[in-house]
Design a protein around this ligand. Structure first.
Ligand code: HEC
Length: 182
């Protein structure tokens, strides 16, 4: 067997493999939960809301340009990306949360990055009964590595917002804040 034959056989194999993958690659164009690409430039996105206070965390939310073109009372367009940064809150050496002069928790390290993104027909990839319109969810470490989480939980908690708020928790607050900042 000469090396050209081996190479030829390898290309034939690769060719077959990629051809047989075409049907799933097409549905693969529609990601499932956990399969979204990490939006590595999200810190340059417009702000959605900043400094959200949780009992043990601070959260900053971003929305991409497509999403930021939305209007209250309407759903976000396909191609919208929402990002939530979850920061640990600072503690003193005694392990108690410390607050700034406004009584707010302050950020310590960035712990996780949660993403939801919407595309045409993507809801078909969601588990039955847990469709949140066409939104798909993914959770990442700050460096973009994927986190292993139960995506049904994301869906269950965002589901009650319904079509009226497009499954976005801070829907009303976002549009109200945006209006008042003009
Ligand atoms: C226990 C309920 C709950 C679960 C579970 C949950 N979320 Fe949320 N999510 C919220 C709330 C409440 C907010 C609004 C910000 C806040 O108050 O923390 C939010 C906000 C968001 C936002 C910003 C847009 C918005 O809806 O306001 C994204 C993105 C997001 N969540 C993604 C996820 C992902 C991804 C998961 C699963 C890994 C997830 N969420 C699981 C309750 C939940």
């Amino acid at each position: 067997m000469n090396k050209f034959f081996v190479l030829g056989a390898m290309f034939a194999l690769i060719g077959c493999a990629s051809m047989s993958m075409t049907p799933s690659a097409q549905s693969g164009g529609m990601p499932k939960d956990g399969e979204l690409a990490f939006p590595s430039d999200y810190t340059a996105f417009p702000t959605f809301l900043k400094g959200i206070q949780k009992p043990n965390a601070v959260r900053d939310l971003f929305i991409n340009k497509t999403g930021a073109e939305a209007h209250k009372g309407k759903p976000f367009a396909n191609g919208s990306v929402l990002v939530m940064e979850i920061y640990k809150a600072k503690k003193n050496p005694a392990g108690e949360f410390t607050k700034d002069s406004h009584g707010h928790l302050t950020k310590d390290g960035l712990a996780k990055v949660y993403v939801m993104q919407k595309g045409k027909g993507w809801g078909a990839n969601a588990p039955k009964g847990l469709q949140n319109g066409d939104w798909i969810y993914s959770a990442f470490k700050p460096n973009g590595d994927r986190l292993d989480v139960e995506y049904a939980k994301c869906r269950t908690c965002h589901l009650p917002l319904g079509d009226a708020q497009d499954y976005v928790q801070r829907y009303d607050e976002y549009f109200d804040t945006r209006e008042h900042s003009h």
